[in-house]
Design a protein around this ligand. Structure first.
Ligand code: AMP
Ligand code: GLY
Length: 417
């Protein structure tokens, strides 16, 4: 199989790496890719405007792709999967209509209400008066969400009324605002492959969304992750499939917008039971880095089965008993901004550590041929080990080998497990 991967983050590097190592794959093309994907065996980068549906479809035809895998949400919401499907090439990723489950929080709430999927109570507001009334009805801590795509950064959870109102006002300038009931309890990310009808869960993972140690500071796209979750209740995956993923997939199919791709179920295990925090229409980043590090079955075969409506024929997925931990290295200023051009050193030393691999995201090569920062999240240092402490020790040994001037990372990813 020749596979075209769309995107340029560490998630796409993880996907391309797993696909390139897969005997079912003959070649991988990543568009636009990053300096890390450029170095993978049997893989090449090619430029494309990833959010231009016609450009991606034309590229898929030109290279003779057997499967297109769309990494980020923006191309999906822009209709890239629709365009590739229209030229008859299997694509792993939902049409724009189904990707709205991520693109609009109000739409996601509507689907969950219709399918009786447990989630936080919420009000969609278009004025500050409505926002205040909703905040009063739920009480503190306040959860204020931008009703649009914000790469995980459009959500503010705060005890402070003025901070909540300030964020609501900023959102109201361009979109409506969702005010939600606060959900307590640990978070779990469960990825489900979906072919429009059948759902196949991957291994659960946990993400660290806040910038700073101790879950402090602003929300980010994700600063680290680990899998498996030895503390998770028995039967959690089956429960999420039955109560969350399958009902949502059926509801979308009944509306004539079947979901083909990755349904990311972001969950809170609250004192009152399982609740959905959010759906995403694509693989999570950085959870993908740890989930794929543990997958032993053919990723290409699984994604192709989802893209062609044959997940019911897919043999059960096999998972390594090993644990995986990823620590994200971010640039100076992230998440508010991202300083570019800082020289990254120590990568080879990190990759020489057994069981460590480094995935690129916001990196670039400067005129002197040096690797430099070029985005918010720069690298995902990923390691496997016989258990979480072993994987964590290897991942942090990798982190310690790498230097980024002004760089930031958390020191408590997967700590205390
Ligand atoms: P979202 O973009 O909806 O995933 O929200 C980003 C992060 O904000 C989540 O991963 C949670 O950590 C936090 N969050 C979102 N909604 C809630 C909620 N209702 N209660 C508590 N925390 C939340
Ligand atoms: N790590 C969270 C996300 O991908 O949305």
């Amino acid at each position: 199989m020749k596979i075209l991967v769309i995107g340029s983050g560490a998630r796409e590097h993880a996907l391309a790496r797993a696909l390139a190592l897969d005997p079912a794959t003959s070649a991988v093309v990543v568009a636009p890719g990053n300096p890390g994907t450029a170095r993978l065996d049997s893989t090449e980068n090619t430029p494309v405007d990833a959010e231009d549906p016609d450009a991606v479809a034309a590229l898929a035809q030109r290279i003779g792709a057997d499967l297109v895998v769309v990494g980020p949400e923006a191309p999906l919401v822009a209709g890239v999967a629709d365009a590739v499907r229209a030229v008859g090439i299997p694509v792993f990723g939902p049409d724009a209509a189904a990707a709205r489950i991520e693109g609009s929080k109000a739409f996601a709430k509507e689907i969950m209400a219709a399918a009786a999927v447990p989630t936080a109570m919420a009000h969609v507001c278009t004025t500050l008066i409505e926002v205040e009334a909703a905040m009063d009805s739920f009480g503190a801590p306040y959860v204020i969400k931008d009703d649009g795509l914000a790469a995980g950064k459009g959500v503010v959870v705060t005890e402070h009324r003025t901070a909540a109102l300030a964020h609501a006002q900023a959102c109201l300038d361009h979109a409506s605002v969702v005010v939600e009931e606060y959900l307590d309890g640990p978070e779990v990310s469960l990825f489900c492959l979906a072919d429009g009808r059948t759902v196949v869960p991957l291994a659960p993972a946990q993400d660290f969304k806040r910038l700073l140690d101790g879950d402090d500071g602003p929300n980010t796209g994700g600063m680290g992750a680990y899998s498996p979750l030895d503390w998770a209740p028995e039967g959690l995956t089956e429960q999420v499939v039955e109560r969350v993923a399958l009902p949502a997939v059926r509801e979308l199919a009944n509306r004539g917008t079947p979901f083909v791709g990755l349904l990311y179920c972001g969950l809170a295990l609250t004192s009152r039971g399982l609740r959905v925090i959010e759906f995403n229409a694509r693989f999570g980043d950085p959870e993908t880095q740890v989930v794929l590090a543990r997958l032993q079955s053919s990723l290409a075969t699984a994604l192709h089965a989802a893209a062609t409506g044959s997940l019911h024929e897919l043999p059960p997925l096999r998972w390594s008993e090993d644990a995986a931990v990823t620590v994200v290295l971010a640039s100076h200023g992230y998440p508010a901004s991202a300083r570019r051009g800082d020289v990254i050193s120590g990568l080879e030393a990190a990759e020489a550590i057994p069981d460590v691999h480094v995935l690129h995201a916001g990196t670039a090569t400067n005129e002197a041929g040096e690797l430099v920062t070029a985005g918010g999240r720069v690298l995902s240092v990923t390691a496997t080990g016989t258990d979480i402490p072993a994987a964590r020790a290897a991942a942090y040994a990798g982190v310690d080998a790498i230097a980024i001037p002004g760089g930031q990372h958390r020191t408590d990813i997967a700590a205390g497990l």
